[in-house]
Design a protein around this ligand. Structure first.
Ligand code: A2P
Length: 267
């Protein structure tokens, strides 16, 4: 079979779920949805290990769940890496195919790891937006914060489509409008290698203040603001450095703080 599914028996102790839809955004990015096991519980922002039943010992990679905890399906947003041990095959999946998922979700980009605040900043590059796609669809986010600010930095404009469509959906869908309620959801998306925003990494925009002036909001303040960061190793390091310089302290599930970082990667 083309995708190699069903060639090998399903390993013990993993969920075997069925793909319900696949959307390709660019030649490097795609999203898919699959069935959710009845017994599977997770917190918005967590990740799971996923794989394909195409080998005796399947390759598993950490994937943030992009759908919120209340969704009856599971959504993932993935990069396509040529020759990547998992994504080389995963990018070819189609509706009806089987995806394996280990049973235990985990992660730090969760409300439990943050102390209360007024504004929630979610800083992402590339597919680092995935956990925030979950968090920003969760009612708890708007119960806990007055303003939610999502940033995404990508090389090309087309890579920003998933996030833009998601935020547009939050603004136009009746059920999503109810989730956001009187609170505010803002998006700042920049393509660094083309167009008007060329060179505008989020780190640069925080340092020169353009992020805040563009959105018409106050600069970062550790007294009122909380932050979640997800992206490449270099981006995590740079954003963390900025936050720490401004008095933010890293949180964890067992010791909440003013910012949290996810260090689980795909390929
Ligand atoms: P740039 O185009 O200036 O390198 P990558 O594909 O290399 O992970 O990059 C994805 C996006 O993240 C790109 O827009 C890239 O900007 C940006 N980026 C890379 N490194 C950093 C960093 N250290 N801080 C902020 N943004 C970064």
């Amino acid at each position: 079979p083309e995708t190699g599914t069903q060639e090998f028996p399903i390993p013990a102790n993993v969920f075997a779920e069925t793909v319900t839809s696949v959307t390709h955004y660019t030649d490097r990015l795609f999203a898919f949805r699959m069935t959710r096991p009845q017994s599977f519980r997770f917190r918005s922002g967590e990740f799971v290990m996923i794989g394909l039943p195409n080998a005796e010992k399947p390759v598993y990679r950490a994937y943030s769940i992009a759908s919120p905890a209340w969704d009856e399906e599971l959504e993932f947003f993935s990069i396509k890496v040529p020759g990547g041990p998992l994504t080389e095959h995963l990018q070819k999946i189609k509706e009806g195919d089987t995806v394996l998922m280990r049973k235990k979700p985990t992660g730090t980009l969760v409300h439990d790891a943050l102390i209360p605040g007024k504004r929630l900043f979610m800083f992402s590059t590339g597919t680092g937006i995935a956990p925030f796609a979950s968090v920003l669809r969760d009612p708890e986010t708007y119960e806990k914060f007055d303003q939610v600010i999502l940033t995404q930095t990508c090389r090309e404009d087309a890579e920003l489509t998933y996030g833009r469509e998601l935020v547009e959906h939050m603004r136009t869908d009746e059920m999503m409008q109810e989730i956001v309620g009187e609170k505010q959801l803002l998006l700042h998306a920049t393509a660094t290698r083309e167009g008007e925003t060329k060179g505008e990494r989020v780190t640069t925009l925080i340092e020169n203040g353009k992020l805040f002036s563009d959105l018409g909001i106050e600069p970062l303040d550790p007294k009122t603001d909380r932050a979640m960061i997800c992206g490449s190793m270099a981006m995590l390091k740079d954003v963390e450095k900025i936050l720490q310089t401004r008095g933010f302290e890293e949180g964890a599930n067992n010791a909440p703080g003013s910012y949290v970082v996810e260090r689980a990667f795909v390929d």
